[in-house]
Design a protein around this ligand. Sequence first.
Ligand SMILES: N[C@@H](CCC(=O)N[C@@H](CS)C(=O)NCC(=O)O)C(=O)O
Length: 223
Amino acid sequence: MKLFTAPLSLYGRKVEIALREKSLAYEREMVPFSQEAGYTPKHPAVLAVNPKGQVPVLYDGDLALFDSTVILEYLEDAYPEPALYPSDPAERAQCRLLELYADEILSGEVRRLMYRTEAPHPDPQTRARRTEEGRQAETAIRALYHSLAQKLSGKPFFCGDVSVADIALFVAILYAHRLGGPPLDETPALAAWYARVGARPAAAEIAEEIADADRALSPPLSP
Ligand SMILES: N[C@@H](CCC(=O)N[C@@H](CS)C(=O)NCC(=O)O)C(=O)O
């Protein structure tokens, strides 16, 4: 298998944790990325597969896939052990909803913090607007942490055993933290879950790689 991704790609890192949880060997090619230029120029192997030009893209033999959610579903179908989804249909659907919650709702707020690792915008009004949006995102993220703590309701993982929901939520929260977002101090059970997932070798290795990538690529955080 070959994964096209980038050192700070949130969705690419999500796929990498799943690959490692399943002990699947993969080759990795990092596409061009910088904080100044973003994901340019686009890699031809990515453009050949994904009309959106986004990573992650996974090749498994002749099969080429894009979108982290589709990739994780394929990995589960093709390499079912160890399972990263519950077997019961209703629980499986709930687990997928939590993955969507991470990818679209929580990460939607986290995205509003991403200006903090970019070069400061030359226009002072744009800088002020981004700072204000960042504050609003932090308030929204705190509220989402409370809602997640309720969904976790004292369980060790969100959907029984460790699952795609834990992986997607872990990565989204890790990105909130690396972008100076709120800590988990108001939700101790969620903090304990975050430490539990982060102690697993797959997540720990990827978290270390993300920290290395930030040291190499990201300037100090903007306010
Ligand atoms: N829904 C997609 C989102 C992929 C995505 O947003 N990828 C980002 C990197 S994390 C990207 O390639 N951005 C460059 C672009 O949009 O041009 C997934 O889950 O894979």
